[in-house]
Design a protein around this ligand. Structure first.
Ligand SMILES: Nc1nc2c(ncn2[C@@H]2O[C@H](COP(=O)(O)OP(=O)(O)OP(=O)(O)O)[C@@H](O)[C@H]2O)c(=O)[nH]1
Ligand SMILES: [Mg+2]
Length: 615
């Protein structure tokens, strides 16, 4: 039996490799409108028109085989057959952006010089047409010496033709006739210009709106104001738009809880369902609307091409702390979760830049912190408005995000002048063309995010909460004694509490942050379960965690808890990823130590200042 053939997608970043990969294999790899989205080798299965199954590889985008960054090194190794003892792919699918042909032909020549069976996907011809550019695939094929298939990955155009070309690729010519001269970079640039000129059938110099839009969005003064304003709107929306949905979900959980209480007899099973599952896990699930709204904005920024502009704008600011705009996209991805954020640093070529970015990524407010912030803000910050359309709650949320960013910048500055000292590297990033986000992609992206969140609630959050519920429920309290005092969990809380009492934490908070190491949202479910178990009668138990916090926490205590969560490394998976990406325990340990220290100090400062201000 012959080995399954492999084909690999190679090309510049943002040429649509992953979009083609998804279209050809039915996979759902992340695609977004900026360079450096894919940072790993991904495999999928493609069935050719003749029925032959082929292993298709999606690779990180690359500008050259003289790989500078870790993600480009993966591409080089895979293509040259040096990746984890894997054979070189049988066919290369060279993906070119038709609207950016000249730039993309520079790396293309390097790929063709390998002399491997190659097929060119001339992708994004729709965008070239939008720019008034008509290309001649035949002329291009003639010049490159390989088949050229026009495609529009996102509309599934040209896929059958591309598959047919892949099927035939190896029979085209033998390796000897494909051998080429190896050119130098300036020679390649010149050749790229010639080939492009020869492949353009017609070109109308259309006045694109893009330039006009960019003149405003990239203006050094107006641009940052717009970016800041946009982020401000996001956090207002997270509260304002989500409220009706969140209320409905909360109502649903309350009805369920009541139903269980009415139907089941008093006892362990009923307590498990009401206190552990519904009060605990339910208190996290109600934040689904907030999560979806946050991701809606992130996905729109990514798909439209604004993300890369934001990176461009931030470059000057980042330079002040010794970083470049390169670090911006990994950091912005960390607003979703630090794990993909840390992975995205693989597109940073300078090792010290990359390390610094990894170390500060956990300071970006990940979406798992949103439920914690939201529940405490809803409990202690009044729902007043401080200006037309500006809610105080949204403002506090925004301030917490800003606190994380400012913290990260300060830490970066310190790191860059001590342990990761070195000259700041330059920043070159192409600005992708603006695109209207496709509704279907957006819907799929949101669905994936919602599903990840719900799966977390059903697995890690569920397990951590139930484990805590067990520790809280046993041994059972004597009449008159509080259940928390009597329980094993109470004993655990008592050992940690002395460390956290000085910074304003109460016992329940000290307890909640332990299981929250598994996932930050567990801080909410843990508090909810603790208060539910400890409630003296059923009515109190039915009260939501927001009401409990509002009644039992002082304002300084609540603010200290928020400050803690801005900085604390409350997530084990992030630490594990930092270990993998830095190849050792040294840097994750540095990260954990400095983050806990910052968390304790900032919680303390917040508490002490708030108390002395008489709040
Ligand atoms: N209009 C149009 N957009 C496309 C086409 N192919 C891809 N895109 C869009 O172009 C952007 C980049 O696509 P990706 O598939 O992420 O590009 P990539 O080559 O995998 O990029 P890296 O992973 O960064 O190397 C996304 O916003 C896609 O939706 C196309 O044929 N036409
Ligand atoms: Mg990709």
């Amino acid at each position: 039996m012959s080995r399954k053939r492999t084909a690999a997608l190679v090309g510049n970043p943002n040429s649509g490799k992953s979009a083609l990969f998804n279209a050809l294999t039915g996979a759902r790899q992340k695609i977004a409108n900026y360079a450096g989205v894919t940072v790993e080798r991904k495999a999928g299965r493609l069935t050719l028109p003749n029925g032959e199954p082929v292993e298709l590889l999606d690779l990180p985008g690359s500008y050259s085989f003289d790989a500078a960054s870790p993600d480009e090194a993966v591409t080089r190794d895979v293509v040259q057959g040096a990746f984890e003892s894997e054979d070189a792919p049988d066919v290369l699918i060279l993906v070119l952006d038709a609207a950016n042909l000249e730039q993309h032909l520079v790396f293309a020549q390097e790929v063709l010089e390998l002399g491997r069976p190659t097929v060119v996907a001339l992708n994004m011809i729709d965008l070239a047409e939008r720019d008034g550019l008509t290309l001649d695939p035949e002329a291009l094929s003639e010049a490159l010496g390989v088949p050229v298939v026009p495609t529009v990955a996102v509309r599934r155009r040209g896929l059958v033709e591309l598959s047919e070309a892949i099927a035939e690729a190896e029979t085209h010519a033998d390796e000897e006739t494909r051998k080429r001269w190896h050119l130098t970079l300036p020679e390649r640039r010149l050749t790229a210009k010639h080939i492009t000129r020869g492949a353009v059938l017609s070109k109308s110099t259309r006045h694109t709106v893009e330039n006009g839009v960019d003149r405003v969005l990239l203006n050094p003064w107006i641009g940052p104001i717009i970016l800041f304003g946009l982020l401000f709107i996001v956090f207002q929306a997270v509260f304002a738009w989500a409220t009706p949905f969140a209320d409905a979900l909360e109502g649903g959980v309350a009805v369920l809880s009541q139903g269980v209480a009415d139907t089941l007899p008093a006892g362990l099973l009923r307590d498990f369902l009401t206190e552990g599952v519904l009060a605990g896990v339910g208190s996290v699930v109600v934040f689904l609307p907030q999560i979806v709204i946050l991701f809606f904005f992130i996905l729109v920024m990514e798909a439209s091409g604004y993300m890369a502009r934001a990176a461009f704008l931030m470059d000057r600011l980042m330079a002040l702390v010794g970083l470049s705009g390169r670090s911006f996209i990994p950091l912005l991805s960390s607003f979703a979760c630090a794990i993909p954020g840390i992975m995205a640093t693989r597109s940073i070529s300078d090792p010290k830049d990359r390390l610094t970015t990894i170390l500060i990524a956990p300071l970006m407010t990940c979406s798992a912190r949103l439920p914690v912030y939201a529940v405490v803000i809803a409990a202690v910050i009044p729902q007043t408005s401080v200006g037309p359309g500006i809610g105080l709650q949204g403002l506090v949320l925004f301030a917490l995000y800003v606190a994380g960013i400012v913290g990260a910048m300060v830490v970066a500055l310190v790191l860059r002048s001590t342990v990761t000292k070195g000259a700041a590297s330059g920043f070159i990033m192409e600005l992708p063309r603006y695109q209207l986000p496709r509704i279907k992609d957006l819907a799929i992206g949101l669905w994936q995010r919602a599903w990840v969140f719900l799966r977390r609630a059903g697995t890690i959050i569920f397990v951590a909460t139930i484990a805590l519920w067990v520790l809280l429920s046993f041994p059972t309290a004597e009449p008159g004694e509080s259940q928390l005092d009597a329980s094993l969990a109470g004993a655990v809380a008592d050992t940690l509490h002395p460390v956290l009492e000085p910074v304003g934490f109460n016992r329940e908070m000290s307890l909640a942050i332990i299981p929250a190491l598994a996932a930050r949202e567990v801080a909410v479910s843990a508090l909810a379960t603790t208060y539910a178990v400890d409630a003296e009668d059923e009515d109190l138990a039915a009260e939501g965690v927001t009401a409990k916090i509002a009644a039992l926490w002082s304002l300084p205590t609540a603010l200290a808890f928020l400050a803690w969560f801005v900085f604390a490394p409350q997530c084990l998976s992030t630490i594990a990823v930092a270990r993998r990406e830095t190849n050792g325990w040294k840097w994750p340990i540095v990260m954990v130590v400095y983050l806990f220290a910052l968390a304790w100090i900032s919680a303390g400062l917040t508490y002490w200042i708030a108390v002395s201000a008489g709040l």
